[in-house]
Ligand binder design. Structure first.
Ligand code: AMP
Ligand code: MG
Length: 409
């Protein structure tokens, strides 16, 4: 079954309020095996909402509206759905009594306009809302289903879980969903897809999604089958093939980020890490310390942005920086060696590069980054030519540094 979601509310068209309900609903529906094929945001206008409902009913078996069930003039969802379906609205004394009781509980008197919330679309089933005054509504229209849900997320979420999920589950054929999440570093998205597409293409009951960020690609596998062991077999089998194709470029089989994977490796080996950062300005240290418990292996870092600080804090010979420039193999090595010696850590990473947009180093293009690594055995550096704007180059550089350490470990 396919679904469409309509978020109703003029405030959702601007930046002041974001439509988060549709994200929550999409997640919940996917888990049930329902695919959300389109969503829209429509302002508080009865005709436009009715148009959106008609358009959604042309495409999907399930149409969910959120918002616009409040008591004020601008809450038009009930009227709009009634208009779109050609049905009337019926006053429910039972709902009016419930709303009145809610007010009484708070020692307040129900105001007249709240009666607007006591109208049900003809033929609708009331969905109890224990966290607000507006009940939801469930409507069967031929073999299609419409759901009207309240806008506030703290009302919509529990109502969806307790009232909608059981009703939907009863309607849907039984399905089992099994997922795997892989992460890959140091590979462009197009290369990755070219490599693994022949493997995943034949698996028609597994959805493969590739999500790329700077220097980090996630591969999500999701099998949907009528039988639990089929779903598990399918993700396992395809997962195995993908693992073989990617080899050690694959760094995570459970969705853990690179800093957590590297952290576990350091901890297992009883190793420790220091960093010396120039163009990333502390981002590498921040990523490493995102992981709870990172003090087990991360000792600290040097944020050495200027040449003078590289000399003062890490003891790098000023003549070396002058002759080689700050963005060079020799300086990357010296930074890593210096960070390791000054801290006593077993390992040290260094990053020095040009994040752009302009280059401060003669003859060095923006996106040029050297990453140095000092270990108990050696000191060496790798050169990267990273794409994108300043932010992306910096994110890429952090990822490249973490991946270099991972491979060394
Ligand atoms: P309404 O039911 O339209 O009166 O909405 C009440 C409140 O719920 C709004 O002021 C928003 O704060 C919130 N809300 C409505 N729709 C959404 C949505 N799609 N996502 C997140 N919050 C929403
Ligand atoms: Mg509203």
């Amino acid at each position: 079954m396919n679904a469409e979601i309509i978020a109703v509310g003029t405030e959702l068209l601007g930046a002041s309020r974001l439509d988060t309900n549709s994200l929550f609903l999409t997640d919940g529906l996917n888990t049930l095996g329902v695919e959300v094929t389109r969503k829209s945001v429509v302002g508080d206008d009865v005709v436009r909402v009715a148009d959106a409902v008609r358009a959604a009913l042309d495409q999907a078996g399930l149409v969910i509206l959120s918002g616009g069930l409040g008591p004020t003039e601008d809450d038009v969802t009930r009227d709009a759905v009634a208009l779109a379906l050609g049905r009337g609205l019926e006053f429910s004394q039972a709902i009016a009594d419930q709303i009145e009781a809610r007010f009484a509980q708070r020692r307040r008197k129900m105001v007249e306009i709240n009666k607007r919330q006591a109208f049900l679309i003809a033929g609708a089933i009331k969905l109890d809302n224990h966290n607000g005054t507006a009940p939801g509504q469930w409507i069967e229209h031929g073999d299609q289903i419409l759901m009207l849900l309240p806008g506030p997320p703290n009302e919509l979420k529990p109502l969806f879980e307790t009232e909608c999920v059981p009703r939907l589950t009863a309607r849907l054929p039984q399905q089992f969903i099994r997922t795997r999440a892989f992460r890959v570093a140091g590979m462009p998205e197009s290369d990755l897809d070219q490599l693994i597409a022949p493997a995943y293409r034949p698996y028609t009951s597994v959805t493969t999604t590739i999500l790329a960020a700077a220097g980090d690609i996630q591969i999500h596998l999701r099998a949907r089958c009528a039988n639990e062991s089929d779903a598990l077999d399918q993700v396992e089998e395809l997962g195995q093939k993908i693992e073989e194709l990617l080899g050690d470029r694959l760094y995570s089989r459970n969705g853990d980020p690179l800093e957590a994977v590297v952290g576990s490796m350091l901890r297992e080996r009883g190793a420790s890490l220091a960093v010396a950062e120039s163009c990333t300005g502390g981002l590498l240290g921040a990523r490493l310390t995102d992981v709870p418990g990172s003090s087990d292996y991360f000792v600290g870092g040097f944020e050495v942005y200027t040449d003078a600080m590289k000399t003062r804090l890490l003891g790098i010979d000023a003549r070396l920086i002058a002759s080689e420039t700050a963005v060079s193999e020799a300086v990357a090595n010296a930074m890593a060696r210096g960070a390791r010696e000054k801290t006593g850590a077993t390992h040290a990473l260094s990053v020095t590069g040009e994040a752009g947009p302009q280059s401060a180093t003669p003859g060095v293009e923006p996106g040029t980054v050297w990453v140095g690594l000092a270990t108990p055995e050696t000191v060496r550096a790798s050169l990267f030519h990273l794409p994108g704007n300043r932010n992306r180059v910096r994110e890429f550089a952090v990822q490249a540094a973490l991946n270099l350490l991972r491979r060394a470990l």
